[in-house]
Design a protein around this ligand. Structure first.
Ligand SMILES: [Zn+2]
Length: 232
């Protein structure tokens, strides 16, 4: 009986560490810290995931330049290698961070594959930029980590960056004006958007991202909210 209870306890602890703990830490602890930071600095942080995209990223860079805004681009290693020149442009004007190499879901692949994907993503950025930093701030793909990948990132002292507001720009059914109203009501946020190339059917998502970015920057400027601070 005691062995059975022990086995159940170990199983529950393992599941808790691997699945529950990272989700809890990201959603509640890491998100609250980001919100506190945005409020304290009276700042709005724009973040773009899954790129670089061939066209959208360059349009966003132009827009950011017009407003003297700062954004963080969480790039995948695959896309960084596919668009090296664009990655170098981001690096020159904005902030480059990592979103893994293949955009894997860390709860759907083996833990060693998730860790290796993080390392591969960092190496790809270094290779394209000609740097040897080894470690870049990391945003979990699909907003998910497993216990082992989270501990690995901690050991590497890599900032793990979630978001406080999802713009919904990657969804098939785009949100209506509610998202902008939310930003107007509480503008100090870390906003999640996407700069990857959508298939032709999703061209409206691209327009949505560009238009929303411009509206956010306009509003922040009018409301005296800072948009030119580095997130790290
Ligand atoms: Zn992503």
């Amino acid at each position: 009986m005691i062995y059975f209870v022990g086995a159940v306890f170990i199983l529950c602890a393992g599941v808790g560490f691997y699945y529950v703990f990272p989700a809890f830490w990201l959603k509640y602890f890491a998100t609250r810290l980001l919100k506190k930071k945005a409020d304290k600095k009276n700042a709005l942080f724009l973040t773009f995931d899954d790129g670089p995209g061939d066209a959208l990223t360059l349009q966003l860079l132009d827009l950011l330049k017009t407003f003297s805004g700062t954004a963080t681009f969480f790039v995948t290693g695959e896309r960084a290698e596919a668009c090296p020149e664009i990655l170098r442009s981001i690096h020159k004007e904005q902030v480059v961070a990592s979103h893994g190499y293949e955009h894997l879901h860390h709860l759907k692949v083996a833990p060693w594959r998730a860790v290796s994907d993080i390392k591969k993503g960092w190496s790809a950025i270094d290779r394209v930029l000609g740097e040897s930093r080894g470690v870049y701030p990391f945003r979990p793909t699909y907003g998910r980590l497993n216990g082992i990948s989270l501990v690995y990132l901690w050991l590497k002292k890599a900032p793990v960056i979630y978001w406080t507001l999802d713009s919904g720009d990657a969804r098939k059914h785009l949100p209506d004006d509610d998202i902008f109203k939310k930003i107007v009501a509480d503008p100090c946020q870390v906003i999640l958007m996407h700069d990857y190339d959508r298939p032709v059917d999703y061209a409206f998502c691209k327009r949505f991202t560009l238009t929303l970015t411009e509206r956010i920057l306009n509003h922040a400027q009018a409301a005296d909210i800072r948009t030119n601070i580095n997130l790290f």
